[in-house]
Ligand binder design. Structure first.
Ligand SMILES: NC(=O)c1ccc[n+]([C@@H]2O[C@H](COP(=O)([O-])OP(=O)(O)OC[C@H]3O[C@@H](n4cnc5c(N)ncnc54)[C@H](O)[C@@H]3O)[C@@H](O)[C@H]2O)c1
Length: 389
């Protein structure tokens, strides 16, 4: 079987779905790799490194889609909401597509992929189980985003992060608050600590308190309790507006004391909860920085403008999206490893065999045979359940 890697076409995207190092692993399993020439260049992987590992090059995108049985992408139609549609005519019946599809974004994009006849897998739907951990692209990208958010904040803040005792006096450490201690938030805590900041963190799931503390952060406890804070998959559940209101009242005092606030609170498939209001921003000291990792889903800060860096009341608010693309070398390396592990789990004797008893296959398969076959996605978009044939 031939695995095809087209160049990423989302504007500004620098990642690539496979890196040269994983090509031999795929070949060992009986899979060959065809790469669109230049696909890895922006991430720091020249064509020659792929061919040295046994991949072949295609002159253009059309050739990759025409020859490959399996297409690997970072941002596919759906998550690539700008130029992804252009790939639809290139897909063919039965062709396998694996990538970020944003399956809970817009039902039409998922229907488009179904109509193209592709057997598609969404990496966003990877189950949060121990066995799937090595295939979990959301965690990999979360790790990168959490790190980069702190680096961006440190670069923007007019203060130093670490405490310094110098002949010119003592510098007090920066105070950093991380809101939402999922994978990205935890990496932000670790990175800010390494730079010497005093870090605290808040999450509505009390289960993360120990993780925050183990990274050297202080866990902010509010005098409110979320109802069923966590679902079976470990994700936060949406709360009612009275909860969010009370949360904002209590968080206001904490936010006002910070030099940096990094927000990473996301509810899968929903608009992000507003945790930092306009009033809270006004109460922060001038020069403070907010990095809103939820900018793409409406933002955790009321004033965030997606894809922009703005200054409001003297506070810099960074709403950059697709931060993982800003660290393309390692983001691609981690993503390629995730995809390779995912793919090899489905390959037997050089052929793809979809074992629907495997939770990993069942959870991530979105479209097949012209239909949206994923029950979770059908339910999310209120589509009638498919009748078993
Ligand atoms: N294979 C595995 O076992 C595996 C892999 C990855 C993640 N996980 C777990 O899955 C969970 C979700 O991780 P994620 O990084 O995908 O999270 P996420 O990106 O979906 O959400 C980020 C964080 O925001 C928090 N949040 C949401 N609304 C909030 C609010 N109103 N106030 C404060 N915080 C709020 C969530 O609780 C979560 O911790 C975590 O427990 C993580 O450890 C498990």
């Amino acid at each position: 079987m031939l695995v095809g890697v087209p160049r990423e076409i989302f504007p500004g995207e620098r990642r690539v779905a496979l890196v040269p190092a994983v090509v031999p692993n795929l070949k060992k399993a009986g899979l060959e790799v065809i790469l669109e020439a230049g696909a890895g260049a922006e991430a720091g992987y020249p064509d020659a490194e792929y061919t040295a590992k046994g991949a072949t090059l295609a002159a253009d995108r059309t050739e990759v889609f025409a020859k490959a049985d399996i297409i690997l992408q970072v941002l596919s139609h759906g998550s690539n909401d700008r130029t992804g549609k252009g790939d639809l005519p290139l897909l063919r019946k039965g062709q396998v597509l694996i990538g970020f599809l944003r399956p809970m974004g817009d039902v039409h994009t998922v229907q488009d992929i179904a109509a193209a006849g592709a057997t598609s897998f969404s990496v966003e739907l990877m189950p949060r189980t121990t066995r799937a951990q090595s295939m979990d692209a959301l965690s990999s990208m979360g790790t990168i985003c959490g790190y980069k958010a702190v680096v961006l904040a440190a670069d923007t803040l007019p203060r130093l992060f670490p405490m310094l005792t110098t002949a010119a006096g003592t510098i007090t450490p920066a105070r950093v608050l991380v809101m939402g201690a999922g994978v990205a938030g935890l990496q932000a805590i670790a990175t800010a600590r390494r730079l010497g900041a005093v870090v605290s963190a808040y999450d509505l799931r009390p289960a993360v308190k120990e993780q925050v503390q183990s990274l050297g952060g202080r866990f902010v406890e509010l005098d409110i309790e979320a109802k069923d804070a966590q679902d079976a998959g470990g994700y936060a559940k949406a709360q009612d507006e009275s909860f969010y209101q009370r949360q904002r009242d209590l968080l206001g005092k904490v936010v006002a004391q910070q030099d940096v606030v990094i927000t990473a609170a996301v509810i899968p498939g929903k608009k992000s909860p507003v945790l930092v209001t306009k009033e809270m921003v006004e109460a922060m000291a001038p020069g403070s920085v907010i990095v809103d990792l939820a900018a793409e889903r409406g933002g955790n800060c009321e004033l965030t403008r997606m894809e922009e860096k703005i200054v409001e009341h003297g506070v810099s608010i960074i709403g950059t999206i697709n931060l993982a693309s800003a660290v393309p070398y390692h983001a691609s390396q981690m993503y390629a490893k995730n995809l390779t592990n995912f793919l090899l789990n489905m390959v037997k004797d050089g052929q793809l065999s979809l074992n629907m008893d495997d939770e990993i296959v069942r959870s991530t398969l979105v479209t097949q045979g012209g239909e949206i076959v994923n029950p979770r996605i059908r339910e999310f978009f209120s589509l009638p359940a498919l009748v078993a044939q």
